[in-house]
Structure formats: structure tokens, C-alpha cells
Design a binder for this molecule. Structure first.
Ligand code: ADP
Ligand code: NI
Length: 198
């Protein structure tokens, strides 16, 4: 088994109990998105690092109480004694520790920018909508409540609708535009259904 296949097995097992939209299928989609973006890039890219970064990006997430050091330890101990160089391992750790939107750190390498865009694409469009309501449900949020800002619909405004302007790559931007439009159509329909005439 090559390192990508081995990592897939490992990460799949790590995410087995994940039910908030950051599950194994999310990771697989991010991997596929990242590969699609990477092949469109003209610059030299370390394709192995892109794939491993995508696979590790939601392992030991900070949202669930893990730290950067926890993630570093997990990634390093798994990739040690493989054919990867020390620099490649550090690069994967860097991606795992910086991809998150919440942190808002400007990224330094093209590989990390690709993984971030790949992750952001999965927060958009039909799948993005599905994940958002899954997350809202898992954290006991209301679907919609105009009297407070803690409902799931608010997340579209605090995060999702901002993402298309934050994309790093041209390929990511093109796909984000389409998915953003779909979300806006969804919101339009949503409001038309809940609006009252009285
Ligand atoms: P990051 O990718 O930066 O770690 P998150 O993990 O917080 O960002 O977000 C990933 C996905 O989880 C979002 O795209 C969204 O679907 C869902 N999510 C995160 N926070 C919320 C929230 N407050 N309400 C609803 N969904 C959320
Ligand atoms: Ni993710």
C-alpha cells in the first residue's frame, strides 16, 4: 500500500465517530477537490503533500479541543519512517495546522492554499448547505430564529457567503462562484417559504 492509501485507512478510522459534517466523506471530498485544483495549477506542486494535507486537515480539530501540538504529534508520528522527507512532513503539519477558516492565518505555500480552497468548496453549494444544518443540529441550534443570532441560517452570513471572495486559486474561485450562487438561490427560496403575508 502506498502512503496515500495507508493514510486514508488511518484517517478514516480516526474520523469514524465524527457526525458534525467533518466526517470521513468530507475529507474524501476535500481530497478530490484538492486534486482537481492542483492539476490546474501551472506552478510546481508537491502533489503528495497536497493529498496528505487534505487527508489530515480535520484530524484532531481545534473545535474539539485539540491543539496544534496534538496535530503535529499525530501527523509526525504517522509519517515518520515513510519515504517522506522531513520538509514534506513539516509541510503536511503546517497544512493541518493552518487550513481552518476560523484561524484566518494568511497561508505561505501553494499546497496549503489549495487544501484551504478544497475545504472551503465543501462548505459551499448543496453539500455546504447540508453540512451546515447537520452541524447546527449536532450543536442544538435552531434552523431559523430572527430574534437571535445563534441560529443556523446566521452561519450563511457570518461565514459561508464570505468564502467566495477569500479563495486562493483561480480554479477554486470559479467553482466557489457557482456554489455561492446556489446557496443564494436556496436562501431566496427559504425566505419566500417562511414569509407571511399578514
Ligand atoms: P473550519 O473549516 O475553518 O474549521 P469549521 O470547521 O468551523 O471551519 O466549519 C466547517 C463547517 O462546519 C462549515 O462549513 C459549516 O457547514 C459547519 N459549521 C461551522 N460552524 C457552524 C455554525 N456556527 N453553524 C452551523 N454550521 C457551522
Ligand atoms: Ni474540513
Amino acid at each position: 500500500m502506498n502512503i496515500i492509501e495507508k493514510t486514508k485507512e488511518y484517517v478514516k478510522n480516526k474520523l469514524i465517530n465524527e457526525k458534525t459534517g467533518h466526517d470521513w466523506q468530507h475529507t474524501l471530498r476535500v481530497l478530490e477537490n484538492a486534486k482537481k485544483i492542483a492539476i490546474k495549477e501551472k506552478e510546481d506542486i508537491d502533489f503528495t503533500v497536497v493529498q496528505l494535507g487534505a487527508l489530515f486537515h480535520d484530524v484532531a480539530d481545534h473545535k474539539f479541543g485539540y491543539s496544534d501540538v496534538d496535530r503535529k504529534n499525530i501527523v509526525e508520528s504517522f509519517l515518520l519512517n515513510t519515504s517522506l522527507t522531513k520538509e514534506q512532513i513539516e509541510h503536511v503539519v503546517y497544512i493541518a495546522n493552518t487550513t481552518s477558516f476560523t484561524k484566518g492565518i494568511p497561508l505561505k505555500t501553494l499546497e496549503s492554499k489549495i487544501v484551504q480552497d478544497a475545504d472551503r468548496l465543501d462548505a459551499l453549494g448543496a453539500i455546504g448547505i447540508a453540512r451546515t444544518f447537520t452541524f447546527g443540529g449536532a450543536f442544538q441550534r435552531e434552523i431559523y430564529n430572527p430574534e437571535e443570532m445563534n441560529d443556523t441560517i446566521s452561519h450563511f452570513y457570518t461565514k459561508l457567503l464570505k468564502l467566495k471572495n477569500l479563495m486562493n486559486t483561480e480554479e477554486g474561485r470559479i467553482e466557489a462562484e457557482k456554489r455561492d450562487k446556489f446557496m443564494k438561490d436556496f436562501l431566496k427560496q427559504f425566505y419566500s417559504e417562511i414569509s407571511t403575508t399578514t
